[in-house]
Design a binder for this molecule. Structure first.
Ligand code: TRP
Length: 335
């Protein structure tokens, strides 16, 4: 029997997860958890790279993200959900990686580059510059083969591959090169016409939003600006609502498209349809959330259990890493 392959993926606990997260990677994680040994990291240390002034919100946000995971169907019996700061082995591995990754390589990472072009390096913290290294440690300490993430994370996985290759070259074959898995669903656009849905853009529909809020957000969505009357022929290919219909209402897409183009369905009716579709889509997610909300202590237990399981794995990898690096002196003295 071949050993199951592993997945490592996760999120920063910086607020509730939204439909973009679902389409971009949560859906893949839920599907693949049966096939892969799945680890889900709640990256609180990485969140500190920008939120260091407000660490007091972290615990609350960690629990909210966990609840989102459980609601979408990540099953804590088969997937390991854990908290990054409670697995200090990751910080140790990141420290070793940081010895052989140049500042220049980090400066070329797109996230770092964007930040540098907006605010310069003068304001950039050392921990922020180095967070892609820490993320490489998150992944490789679990010897993950696959990393289901949104496409914005792909450069981080590329860097992880580079770091792992270099490690194996320097110290011998120890770690595993991971692959990114990006959903083949197109990225969810913002209902405000923005190219992406994001918390920072203020255009997100959260998995935890109630129906009234969703209906309101959908009502204010940007459609075809040239369309004044419902009978005007529409241009679905430039309409954000139509993009959502394609994702959440695939069976009706062709009908909506032809009716919109023919001026047979107006934007108000189309939006109403979308809100109803989202209600149906969210129903099982809300059901699971309600169950967990009845017993919030379970969340702490799940995180505690997951963190214990994660630490077992990282402990083993770190023994191998230290051995490979010839720094496993007095190994018995390690606790
Ligand atoms: N960078 C990811 C985000 O911004 C979170 C994250 C941390 C992550 N470590 C990871 C994702 C490892 C995948 C694998 O949400």
């Amino acid at each position: 029997m071949t050993k199951k392959k592993s997945i490592l993926t996760g999120d920063r606990p910086t607020g509730p997860l939204h439909l973009g997260h679902y389409v971009g990677s949560l859906e893949n994680r839920v599907k693949l958890q049966h096939e892969y040994n799945t680890f889900v990291i709640i990256a609180d240390v990485q969140a500190l790279s920008t939120n260091f002034e407000h660490p007091e919100n972290l615990w609350d946000d960690i629990r909210k993200v966990t609840l989102d995971y459980l609601s979408v169907g990540i099953d804590p019996e088969i997937s390991t959900i854990f908290v990054q700061s409670l697995v200090p082995d990751i910080a140790e591995l990141a420290q070793y990686f940081s010895m052989y990754i140049s500042v220049n390589v980090l400066r070329h990472n797109p996230t770092i580059k964007t930040e540098a072009s907006e605010r310069g390096y003068k304001e950039m913290m050392y921990g922020f510059l180095g967070y892609p290294i820490s993320q490489a440690a998150d992944i490789s300490i679990f010897k993950a083969n696959l990393v289901p993430v949104g496409e914005d994370q792909v450069p981080h996985i590329e860097l992880t591959r580079k770091i792992v290759r270099r490690f194996n070259q320097l110290y011998g074959e120890t770690l595993v090169e991971p692959k990114a898995l990006v959903s083949n669903c197109p990225r969810l656009v913002g209902l405000d016409g923005n190219t992406k849905m994001s918390k920072s853009l203020g255009n997100a529909i959260y998995l935890s939003d109630p129906d009234e809020i969703i209906a309101k957000k959908v009502r204010s969505a940007v459609t075809d600006p040239a369309r004044i009357h419902p009978t005007d022929p529409g241009h679905p290919n430039i309409c954000s609502v139509f993009a959502y219909q394609k994702t959440f209402n695939p069976e009706k897409t062709a009908e909506i498209e032809s009716n919109c183009k023919a001026g047979k369905i107006g934007c108000v009716a189309c939006k109403k349809m979308l809100s109803e579709t989202l209600t149906i889509f969210l129903e099982p997610i809300r059901e699971r959330r309600k169950e967990y909300e009845k017993n919030p202590k379970v969340i702490d237990e799940i995180l505690m259990e997951g963190t214990k399981r994660a630490r077992k794995v990282t402990n083993t990898t770190m023994s191998e890493v230290r051995q490979a690096m010839h720094i496993d002196y007095l190994n018995k003295a390690r606790l």
